[in-house]
Design a protein around this ligand. Structure first.
Ligand SMILES: NC(=O)c1ccc[n+]([C@@H]2O[C@H](COP(=O)([O-])OP(=O)(O)OC[C@H]3O[C@@H](n4cnc5c(N)ncnc54)[C@H](O)[C@@H]3O)[C@@H](O)[C@H]2O)c1
Ligand SMILES: [Zn+2]
Length: 389
């Protein structure tokens, strides 16, 4: 499959994203021009490294680049103060200098941690994102948001720090768990719902192929999502306006994730976002912003893909098509793990809010999202009670 280049147009901080099958084997050619000396540190997710590390390392070493590899454990716990400290100390011992480059090799966890480390070590060194999950290719590796988690919540400690280059090799997705494909797909169809109705039509029509195989449909969906995010980021790097729309489904989604203490074995971020988008559609319908038939279409799509689209333990996943991947069920013996008051509390702490008011990204139509400021808290609580019952 072809390799395409997408630019993130941020003036002096602009960078290219190379996307396609086989990008990794030519990583060195793309990275070499950024190096002042032939030494590079790689922060690598253990699974990404196990399956695809050889390809990256041999590409670099065949060009005489000395590599220092720091392997991190799979999972959200890696976005912690303690792994931040560990990585920083190892890099300093390695003798990292301001003009060196750090590579993030893995999913969103490694990308977020590495970006943050790169942004603050020696007051900032350049870094390259090599995203190896669907979610990180279409979303987290683009746009420069970096963070680690604090006790009070996820992603609360971080900076905006743009990479110098992103290499998204779609072949590495072959080794990814089905649930991680599903999780990434949520951020793909989200883009269609926010801004591009025709793209939503496309993913709706081609969902089975995009989810099921590394073919041209998946490649197109990835490229389109990256290009859309790149455009939004170029317009609004610091999320003062349009970039906030990318949080569709995330305020509800974070409340879901918080309910299971961000345990990604129970709810992956993307699975929570998919359910959060269904909730945002239902809430948009409730307040009269979205036509009922549009809401039904979104809900049906999310259900048919095999996501849990409602919180109620009795609904679970719907009648998905036979060809779709098996649904991920989160119902625990019919007992709801969700508490409306607790969810509302999480939602009121969202980073998008200001002055204690809850702001939500809602839908007017498929392909037309908007910020609903200062939501009616009593009505939202009523809605959450209905959703949880
Ligand atoms: N910075 C942003 O803009 C942004 C946006 C969205 C999400 N995020 C963050 O991204 C994180 C989630 O990212 P994620 O979904 O990529 O999760 P992840 O990094 O935890 O990766 C998911 C799983 O896939 C494994 N893995 C990675 N590459 C693999 C490969 N090629 N083959 C097989 N297994 C592989 C990992 O070991 C892990 O078990 C969250 O922390 C979230 O907050 C950040
Ligand atoms: Zn997300």
């Amino acid at each position: 499959m072809s390799i395409n280049k997408i630019n993130v147009d941020l003036a002096e901080r602009q960078y290219d994203i190379f996307v396609g099958g086989g990008v990794l084997s030519s990583a060195a050619e793309k990275i070499l021009p950024l190096l002042k000396r032939k030494r590079i540190a790689i922060i690598a997710d253990e699974n990404a490294y196990k399956f695809h590390g050889d390809s990256l390392i041999s590409s670099l070493e065949s060009h005489g680049v000395e590599t220092k590899i720091i392997i991190t454990k799979s999972g959200e716990a890696t976005k912690s103060f303690s792994s931040f400290e560990h990585v920083v100390e190892v890099l300093l011992e390695f003798g990292i200098e301001r003009s060196d480059i750090i590579i993030a090799f893995g999913g969103g966890v490694v990308g977020d941690l590495t970006g943050f480390v790169a942004g603050v070590i020696n007051r900032g060194v350049d870094f390259v994102q090599i995203p190896t999950t669907l979610l990180s290719q279409v979303d987290s590796s683009v746009g420069g948001k970096t963070a680690i988690n604090a006790r009070a919540g996820k992603n609360l400690v971080g900076i905006f720090w743009q990479p110098k280059l992103v290499l998204a090799d779609t072949n590495v997705l072959d080794t990814l768990d089905k649930r991680d494909i599903m999780a990434g797909f949520a951020e793909i169809f989200k883009i269609g719902l926010i801004l591009y109705p025709q793209f939503f039509d496309y993913v709706e029509e081609n969902a089975i192929k995009i989810l099921g195989e590394n073919g041209p449909e998946r490649q197109y969906a990835i490229e389109k999502s990256i290009a859309a995010k790149a455009k939004v980021v170029a317009e609004d790097e610091r999320e003062a306006g349009v970039r906030a729309l990318l949080n569709l489904g995330h305020t509800f989604g974070h409340a879901i994730e918080a309910a299971v203490e961000y345990d990604e074995t129970i709810w992956r971020h993307g699975e929570a976002v998919a359910c959060g988008i269904a909730m945002a559609a239902r809430y948009s319908k409730r307040i009269g912003a979205l036509a009922p038939e549009k809401c039904d279409r979104i809900e049906k799509f999310i259900r048919d893909c095999g996501y849990q689209y409602k919180l109620s333990p009795r609904t679970g996943c719907g009648d998905y098509a036979d060809e779709m991947p098996q649904p991920v069920r989160h119902d625990t013996a019919g007992i709801s793990i969700f508490n409306p008051q607790a969810m509302l509390k999480v939602m009121s702490h969202d980073k998008k809010n200001s002055g204690g008011k809850i702001n939500l990204v809602l839908l007017k139509d498929i392909g037309n999202a908007y910020i609903h400021k200062n939501a009616d808290v009593a009505d939202l609580l009523e809605f959450l009670k209905e959703e949880c019952s």
